[in-house]
Design a protein around this ligand. Structure first.
Ligand SMILES: [Zn+2]
Ligand SMILES: [Zn+2]
Length: 96
């Protein structure tokens, strides 16, 4: 004997359910709207991520540090790339 969910009247109840699973999960959400789900840092998985981020404070700092390092490395690489070009031009000038 299948009973229908009294709330949505769409889904059938299973076992000892009084409301269907869809309505049950909707209720849970409605009852606890203020409780923020704690998302763990996707990097270290040990600390809760900051709101709006998927990384914790430490990993965000580390990410920023790495980003700065990459910017620095790019600058250094750009500088290094320029130097040999100039040398090549100079040496080819001498050869000609
Ligand atoms: Zn329902
Ligand atoms: Zn982390």
């Amino acid at each position: 004997m299948l009973k229908k969910c009294p709330i949505c009247e769409l889904n059938y109840l299973r076992g000892s359910e009084t409301i269907c699973r869809v309505c049950a999960s909707a209720r849970v959400k409605r009852h606890a709207p203020e409780v923020q789900e704690t998302v763990m840092c996707s990097e270290c998985g040990e600390k809760p991520a900051l709101p709006g981020h998927d990384l914790c404070e430490d990993c965000l700092k580390e990410q920023k540090r790495q980003a700065n390092l990459e910017v620095l490395a790019d600058k250094i690489r750009a500088d290094e790339a320029e130097d040999p070009l100039e040398e090549d031009l100079e040496s080819s000038d001498e050869e000609e």
